[in-house]
Design a binder for this molecule. Sequence first.
Ligand SMILES: C[S@@+](CC[C@H](N)C(=O)[O-])C[C@H]1O[C@@H](n2cnc3c(N)ncnc32)[C@H](O)[C@@H]1O
Length: 211
Amino acid sequence: MPHDHASASATEGLLVRWSTPYDILLGRLIRRTDDPLLDLADVGAGDDVLDLGTGPGFLARAAASRVGVSGSAVGLDAAPEMIDRAQERASREGSKATFVNAGAQDMPFADASFDVVVSRLVMHHLPGGVKSRAIKEAFRVLRPGGRLVIADLATHSWVELLHDVLGQGRARASEESNPLADLATSAGFTHVSTDAIGILRTISGRKPTDD
Ligand SMILES: C[S@@+](CC[C@H](N)C(=O)[O-])C[C@H]1O[C@@H](n2cnc3c(N)ncnc32)[C@H](O)[C@@H]1O
């Protein structure tokens, strides 16, 4: 199951192209965090939600089922294989979620298009400069007052990760400084805070309102 570490000029990130095994093997585990994450982002009826690095679209579909007829849920991923899989799953399940093949660092959306941007297990796929561009893009496409919630592994070391899973099974939310929180603050987000959902560490922020 190779990752494709694409050239910086092309896709700028560690794309996951093995969409079917990802969906089948990891789906059940990953989807347990759908609701806690959407709760943290306060996703509800009427919201327009963007899922950055959606993969097979778990979170986008879960958001679609919350937003009702007046809201929308869009999943974006740089890997066309993931977008194909996400679209296929959404049409099979009758989900209203839609999907776009593009990079998180250069999104094809107008300014102030969404109420909520969520992203799970994606940031560790992005090189540093791309990560900060993606967070700036999230800020741009959010409406004033819009919410950002990013969930990612608290550590990128497999040994530490195994320790977290087998041991306390919960990321340490207040652990030292968090580079993602710093990037969100630099991008302009306010109310930036850190929490944990299982072994994922989350950062949340809000785009200031105009007044
Ligand atoms: C581990 S998967 C997470 C998928 C999904 N968020 C979930 O929770 O199941 C990481 C995803 O990020 C995507 N990705 C990597 N670099 C990207 C980029 N620059 N822009 C958008 N998506 C990217 C990969 O193709 C992959 O689908």
